[in-house]
Every structure is written in structure tokens, then in C-alpha cells.
Design a protein around this ligand. Structure first.
Ligand SMILES: Cc1ncc(COP(=O)(O)OP(=O)(O)O)c(N)n1
Ligand SMILES: Cc1ncsc1CCOP(=O)(O)O
Length: 653
């Protein structure tokens, strides 16, 4: 008899302890979970004697067989042999895989727990059918977990498997385990899908399923919980539905082919969308820049709100605006508020810009950044070189330069460009292609847009990469120009999602439009005879941002011939909204469009790892962050439950 075809997607691991099962009957709970759609069941009972194990395993096996769902026994090969179920799951301290295979024969499923690269390699070599990778997050279900490895730990093991020579390693099935529930499942799945533009296969291995204990076994409604978790597993999270198409859904034969350089005409609708829709720009930013950020938002036609209170984030997220999280003040309280806001905006698919201010400067900031990156998904991450190198590290990537005699350029601030002195950008240690490689690598891993600002800005969404040479040195001499670029991007992203012409364009085009508006405004302001330095530059810059917006509306107005009927009504709307926002119409005149001043270079061929050697391996930081993300989530869950008369078991859901 051959091995059963197994669907690993929602893998229920049982628990018979009172803390989770309560007084309920294990068989009944498993039956309800089966009704709810779990696809694989593991009987895990660490304390019962052998007779009880065999009796219960038989009962569970009957229920599973009735639904054609395989049953796996945890730890005990003898019990699996006795009841002739479909397989076993073995930890690092259990019977070795090769011996279990000899006893069970080739047709049984053998799963192995792994938390390191070498354990994964050995489990594959010894013939495991699937790997239970973990522990993902700390969990009260299993307190003595040896390794909490977080998302980055799982990513590194998946990446390691996907680059192995043998098909056995590349094709082995994988699930992750530890702290998975309805609130984090979609994010985990999203974070573990990693297109890799530099690998021949185009995609790093992903997980085939999630192994879950308490979110089902501790639920008072196991059927509904299983249904819900199944639904979540198969549904993209709200924030991903508006992403650029995934490689697999792309109609182009090569998903990583760069698109043609955007033109002023293709970028114009995005510029117009902001005054048209007057989007909310929700700023969780530091005290130093609040006033300036609000003025900048108003000048481009957005509506700013400065609120650092995470408790009002969900109300604000429902107003269809964009959020910018500026890590300028990275206190524990601020991080907690940020996390609430990230969840709120991710929950409704609202755009979030992360500005990891000073992230490369101190260990505490690097850890704070790791915490934020693991807490949710950001549409755009923008920062200077050392900040983006810190983002790479938080994303589980670190690089060694092949040029600079093998020096480490990211990871731990131990030298090279990875260490930042203050929040200022400092001098660059990377070539343009190295920057492009890093930015593209992070963007494809996180499936977002990454922008490294500098004299030349480099931005990528993992598919397309641009260098932008606009801007002026005065931007680097005033406080908050980087922070307020974040504000501007948040407004642009929000407006793009509200505008039917722009909605379908990928976020990278929206970000590019924003940068051009911002940097061409800086160039124009700096060129004025009334501007003598950074002090006089600031008001001139705010004026220029406003003027470029006015001119864009005027240009669009003239393009269509003011007063004419517009077939699809879009330009009319822009002009009307421009007027509402205080812009005079200029029918009949056709000024040139300032976007012509753009200096954008598509970076079509970025050499791969020959340029930068990428390191794979679990770090202490990966582990620490995994621990903190989970404990913070637990604290939130407890706070949510406060005052409610909820049975202990339900808290796990
Ligand atoms: C699917 C899956 N993955 C990992 C484990 C953990 O197994 P192990 O390390 O043997 O620890 P115990 O479960 O025995 O406490 C698992 N059970 N299932
Ligand atoms: C068995 C096991 N192995 C690592 S974590 C874990 C328990 C996971 O439980 P939960 O899904 O309740 O976090």
C-alpha cells in the first residue's frame, strides 16, 4: 500500500491537559474539529499510560478514518504500530527516524521536529516525510520548548531547504508550530511566502501547513474555530489583496521582467489622486517633526492627523487613510501603540509606511525594529542606508560585501555600513548595485516596496527597481525631511487605494510619484533667489509642494480642454476637486508638466549573490524577537479578555 496523499494545511495536534481540554471529552473535540475541516490529526498525550494511549488512539483513528483524514501518533512508534494508523511524529529526543522507518515500513508517514538547519538536513537524509518546524512563537501549551526561532528562523530553514542540491530536501513537506491562532495565521503565511528574484526557481520554499494545538483544542467551539482557521489559511490577508500581482498570477512569462520606465503621463494620475480624494495621513511620529509633517500633508492635498494612541488606531484605520509609523521615539509604550495600529491597518488592508528612524544606531532600536517587522506587514519601508541595513537584519537577511574584503555590511552593527551614529544618514559604504541588490532582496522577501533614500534613492518592489536622482542637498540639512517623505508616501498610498484609475497600479509607481513630487519640489524651492540656505528653504519647499500639485491639476485640466465633456469623467473630477482644495482652474492654457524633470533610471540587471554574499543562520536576535512578539500578543489578548466572563479554555482562541 502506498503512502496516503496528505493535506498538511490545518494540522490539529491534540492536547489532553485540563488547562486546554478542560473537562471535555477528547474524542468529541476531535470529531468537531474534523467536521470543521482539519486536514491531519496528531494524537499527542505526554502523560497517559500505554493502555490508555492505545485505547484513545483507536477511538481517534475511527473518527479520522470516517473522514479519510490521516492520524499521526506523537512520540510512540509502538502505539502507531499497534493501531496501524498512518504515521508518527518524532522529536529530537525520540526514536531516530531511520529506526522508526525500519519498524513502520515505507508506507507510513514520519514527521520530525526541527529547529536548526542541521536538524532539517539530517531529518531529510533519514527519510522524514515532513518537518514540523518550530517553535515559531513561545506558547503556554509547551513551556519546555528548546528553541523559539520566530518567523526568521522558519524562513531560514525554508530557504536552506530550497537551495539544497537534492530534490528530497527541496520537496519535503513542511509545517510550522507554536503560538499560531486566528489572529496571526494569515500574517504568518504571508511572511513565509518568499519570492526570490535571485533564485533560479523564483520562489523560496513555503510552508504546506500550520500545526495548531490550543486555538482548536482550547476553543469552546472547535468546529467553528477549525472552519475559521481553514478559511484564513486559504484566504489572502486584507492587506495583500491590493498588492501587485504575485509571480504565479502574472500573465507575463517572466514575472521578474522589469516594466518600462514610467512616464510623466503614467505618473500623473497618482499625483492628482491626492488632492482629489484628500486622504487621511495618520502620523505616529516623533514630537520633533509633527508640525512640519502636518504642513507638508496639507500642502499636497492630504488631511493629516497626529495620533500616537494605539487605542484609536482602529477607528482611524476605518477612514481609509494611510498610516506612517516613525520609530523616532522607540519607547516600549510607543512600540505597544505601534503594534495596535499595525494590527488595525493590516486588518482593513490600509497602507502603512514604516520609517525606522535611527534603526541602525543602537541595539535597542534594532530590536524595536525587529519587533515591528515581525508584528505585521508594511506596504512601504523607507530609510537611509544604515536604517535599511537594519531592516534587512530584522527580516533575517545579512550580507557580506565581496568588494570590501569580506566585511560584514549588515547584522549587529559590528562595523561597515551597518552601524549608524545618529539618526542622520552618514556616508555611504555601498555601490549603487549593492544598494539595489539589498533593496530588491528585502522587498521580495517582505513583498512590499523598500526605499533606500540618499543622494540617489533606490526603490524596489522585488520585481522592478529604480534609482532616482532628483532632490536637493538642502533636504539633508533640515529636520524631518525623511520623516515627512514618509507622511507624503502614506497619503499617496491611501489616495491610490481610493482612486479607480490608480488603484490597479503597483505600489512602486505610487511611491515613485511621491518621491518625484517631493524631490522636484525641493529642486524648485532651492533654485529660488529668495532661498539662501536651509532656513529659507523650508517655507519655499512647502510652497513648491503646493505649487506642483496646483500645476498638475492645471495641466490635467488643460489636457482635456477645460469645460469640455470628459468621456470618462476622471479629469473633470480632478479639476473640480482641485478647485475645492483651493486651486484656481486655468482653462485653455497648457503648461509643461514638471514631472518632465524626473531623473529615474530603471535598474534592469542587478547581478545576484556574486556581488554580496548572503548569510543564512539563526541569530540570537531572531530568537529574542520571536519571544517578545508572542509575549506582547499574549498581554494584548489578556487585556482584551479583562472583565469578560470567559472560561479559561477560550482564552486560547
Ligand atoms: C507537527 C509537529 N511539530 C512539532 C511537534 C513537537 O514535537 P516534539 O519536539 O517531539 O515535542 P512534543 O510534541 O513531543 O512535546 C509536534 N508534536 N508536532
Ligand atoms: C507541540 C509543540 N511543539 C512546539 S510548540 C508546540 C505546542 C503548540 O501549541 P499551540 O498551537 O497551542 O501554541
Amino acid at each position: 500500500m502506498g503512502k496516503p496523499d496528505v493535506d498538511y494545511s490545518i494540522y490539529l495536534v491534540t492536547d489532553s491537559t485540563e488547562a486546554i481540554l478542560g473537562k471535555r471529552d477528547l474524542g468529541k473535540v476531535v470529531e468537531q474539529a474534523l467536521e470543521g475541516g482539519v486536514t491531519l490529526v496528531q494524537y499527542r498525550d505526554k502523560t497517559s499510560d500505554t493502555g490508555h494511549l492505545i485505547y484513545t488512539a483507536r477511538t481517534l483513528h475511527r473518527a479520522c478514518k470516517a473522514r479519510n483524514i490521516p492520524l499521526i501518533i506523537n512520540d510512540r512508534v509502538d502505539v502507531a504500530l499497534e493501531i496501524d494508523c498512518e504515521g508518527v511524529h518524532l522529536g529530537q529526543d525520540d526514536m531516530d527516524i531511520a529506526s522508526a522507518r525500519r519498524l513502520l515500513g515505507p508506507s507510513k508517514i514520519i514527521g520530525a521536529t526541527v529547529s536548526t538547519l542541521s536538524q532539517a538536513r539530517i531529518a531529510v537524509d533519514r527519510g522524514a516525510d515532513y518537518l514540523g518546524i518550530g517553535t515559531l512563537y513561545a506558547t503556554s501549551t509547551k513551556k519546555n520548548t528548546k528553541e523559539i526561532i520566530g518567523i526568521n528562523g522558519i524562513r531560514k530553514i525554508l530557504h536552506f531547504l530550497s537551495v539544497q542540491e537534492d530534490a528530497a530536501a527541496r520537496e519535503i513537506k513542511t509545517v510550522c508550530i507554536g503560538g499560531i491562532n486566528a489572529s496571526n495565521l494569515q500574517l504568518i503565511k504571508h511572511q513565509l511566502y518568499a519570492p526570490d528574484p535571485f533564485s533560479q526557481r523564483g520562489i523560496t520554499k513555503t510552508i504546506d501547513g500550520v500545526a495548531i494545538v490550543s486555538a482548536i483544542m482550547g476553543s469552546l467551539t472547535p468546529k467553528a474555530s477549525s472552519e475559521h482557521l481553514t478559511h484564513l489559511f486559504h484566504t489572502p490577508p486584507p492587506f495583500s489583496t491590493i498588492l501587485s500581482p504575485s509571480p504565479s498570477s502574472s500573465s507575463s512569462s517572466s514575472p521578474y521582467t522589469n516594466k518600462p520606465t514610467p512616464t510623466p503621463t503614467t505618473l500623473l494620475p497618482s499625483i492628482l489622486s491626492v488632492p482629489t480624494h484628500n486622504p487621511l495621513s495618520h502620523n505616529m511620529t516623533n514630537l520633533v517633526v509633527q508640525n512640519f509633517a502636518a504642513s507638508i500633508a496639507l500642502s499636497i492635498g492630504a488631511s493629516p492627523i497626529m495620533s500616537t494612541n494605539g487605542l484609536e488606531a482602529s477607528d482611524l484605520a476605518n477612514l481609509h487613510g494611510g498610516l506612517v509609523i516613525n520609530m523616532g521615539t522607540a519607547t516600549p509604550e510607543a512600540l505597544h501603540n505601534h503594534r495596535l495600529a499595525i494590527r488595525a491597518y493590516n486588518g482593513v488592508g490600509g497602507p502603512i509606511v514604516l520609517d525606522p528612524v535611527g534603526a541602525g544606531a543602537t541595539g535597542a532600536r534594532r530590536e524595536a525594529l525587529g519587533f515591528l517587522v515581525a508584528s505585521g506587514w508594511f506596504s512601504v519601508v523607507k530609510g537611509n542606508e544604515s536604517e535599511i541595513l537594519a531592516v534587512a537584519q530584522a527580516s533575517g537577511l545579512s550580507f557580506t560585501s565581496s568588494y570590501s574584503s569580506g566585511s560584514r555590511i549588515s547584522g549587529g552593527g559590528g562595523g561597515g555600513g551597518g552601524q549608524q551614529r545618529g539618526v542622520d544618514s552618514g556616508s555611504s559604504s555601498l555601490s549603487l548595485l549593492e544598494k539595489a541588490y539589498i533593496v530588491k532582496k528585502i522587498a521580495s522577501r517582505e513583498r512590499n516596496v523598500v526605499l533606500m533614500t540618499g543622494a540617489v534613492d533606490v526603490l524596489s518592489d522585488g520585481h522592478t527597481t529604480y534609482a532616482v536622482r532628483n532632490g536637493h542637498a538642502y533636504l539633508g540639512m533640515i529636520t524631518g525631511s525623511g520623516c515627512t517623505l514618509g507622511t507624503t508616501i502614506s497619503a499617496y498610498l491611501a489616495a491610490a487605494r481610493m482612486d479607480r484609475k490608480v488603484r490597479r497600479q503597483s505600489d512602486i509607481n505610487t511611491v515613485l510619484s511621491t518621491i518625484l513630487h517631493y524631490e522636484i519640489a525641493a529642486e524648485r524651492a532651492a533654485s529660488l533667489s529668495s532661498v539662501h540656505g536651509p532656513g529659507t528653504f523650508v517655507p519655499a519647499f512647502i510652497d513648491a509642494l503646493y505649487q506642483l500639485r496646483v500645476e498638475a491639476v492645471r495641466y490635467a485640466d488643460a489636457e482635456r480642454g477645460a469645460g469640455d465633456d470628459d468621456a470618462d469623467g476622471d479629469i473633470e473630477t480632478y479639476a473640480d476637486e482641485g478647485c475645492k482644495a483651493g486651486v484656481r482652474r486655468y482653462p485653455g492654457t497648457k503648461p509643461s508638466l514638471w514631472l518632465e524633470a524626473m531623473r529615474v533610471e530603471p535598474l534592469n540587471s542587478i547581478p545576484d549573490a556574486g556581488l554580496l554574499h548572503e548569510e543564512v543562520g539563526l541569530t540570537d536576535m531572531d530568537r529574542e524577537i520571536a519571544y517578545e512578539v508572542k509575549t506582547d500578543a499574549d498581554a494584548d489578548a489578556d487585556a482584551d479578555m479583562e472583565g469578560e466572563d470567559v472560561p479559561e479554555a477560550e482564552k486560547y482562541y
